[in-house]
Write a protein that binds this ligand. Structure first.
Ligand SMILES: NC(=O)c1ccc[n+]([C@@H]2O[C@H](COP(=O)([O-])OP(=O)(O)OC[C@H]3O[C@@H](n4cnc5c(N)ncnc54)[C@H](O)[C@@H]3O)[C@@H](O)[C@H]2O)c1
Length: 256
């Protein structure tokens, strides 16, 4: 099926690379008009040119930037149907070493940024009685975690709580609010911030036997953005290759 987002305007935050770039690519293939907001101007601009999208430099932890990103979409296309807040940071830090500034930075992008873009997009979507909000959460926080992810886990569990509240508050306005919980997805960010040993450990922990790709996440995000998901709100889709299923670490079938 193609053209699932034909006639739709989508704003995707955090789409210069990684999962967000995968989402932008997938949305473009399905006919959406795109605006990309990202804090990395050069990479964001390059992604936008590649996809025929508009680009706006955006630090999503800042209220004015979230509002400017929405305004850019409205100025460019006169409408806004879909907002994806995918920007997220995941520095590795044990709680005992995490300074409050680092805590605030992670919560600022991941959680505050989610609330800010929802709030910025709301007036237009409410007026049009139509909207799709999709937030990239994680299995880390809502379902599982590992050492060094205190701030990150808190931010992603917070996103899941926010999704429920926003879905309920916006339900009378024709706006659905949902999230995607990626497992371990091989992106530039993961390669930059996690060791090869960590990535190998994750691979061994995934029943489907591989890390995910940005396109795996993009397909779930696309579904939630499409009209096929019009009766789904306030929930998340786990896309993790079965990683959160095993009760113990020896989950593979043993030979007799
Ligand atoms: N890669 C994974 O395994 C994985 C797993 C679970 C959840 N996630 C989540 O998926 C999302 C994308 O992850 P990724 O691995 O593609 O990351 P990435 O680092 O490869 O890309 C993140 C993008 O967000 C942008 N960004 C960072 N801070 C920003 C800010 N303040 N304002 C606007 N843009 C900003 C970056 O410039 C980049 O383009 C994040 O929310 C992350 O927490 C990733």
């Amino acid at each position: 099926m193609t053209g699932r987002l034909e006639g739709k305007v989508a704003l995707i935050i955090g789409a210069a690379r990684g999962i967000g770039a995968g989402i932008a690519q997938r949305f473009q293939e399905e006919g959406a008009k795109l605006v990309i907001g990202d804090s990395e101007a050069e990479a964001g601009q390059a992604a936008a040119i590649r996809l025929g999208a508009k680009f706006v430099t955006t630090d999503i932890s800042k209220k004015a930037d979230a509002e400017r990103a929405v305004a850019t979409a409205l100025e460019a296309y006169g409408d806004l149907h879909i907002v994806v807040q995918n920007a997220g940071i995941y520095p590795w830090s044990l709680i005992e070493n995490t300074e409050p500034e680092e805590w605030d930075a992670v919560l600022g992008v991941n959680l505050r940024g989610t609330y800010l873009i929802a709030r910025a997009a709301l007036p237009h979507m409410k007026a049009k009685q139509y909207g799709r909000m999709i937030f990239t959460s994680s299995i880390t926080g809502p379902r599982v975690t590992s050492p060094g992810h205190g701030h990150y886990s808190a931010s992603k569990a917070g996103i899941n709580g926010f999704i429920k509240s926003a879905a309920l508050e916006f339900s009378g306005y024709g706006i659905t609010v949902n999230g995607v919980e990626p497992g371990n997805i091989l992106t530039e960010g993961i390669q930059q911030h996690r060791s090869a040993a960590f990535i190998k450990t994750m691979e061994d922990a995934i029943p489907l036997g591989r890390l995910g790709t940005p396109r795996d996440i993009a397909n779930a995000t696309l579904f939630l953005a499409s009209d096929e998901a019009s009766y789904i709100t306030g929930t998340t889709i786990v896309v993790d290759g079965g990683q959160t299923l095993p009760e113990g670490k020896d989950f593979r079938l043993q030979p007799e």
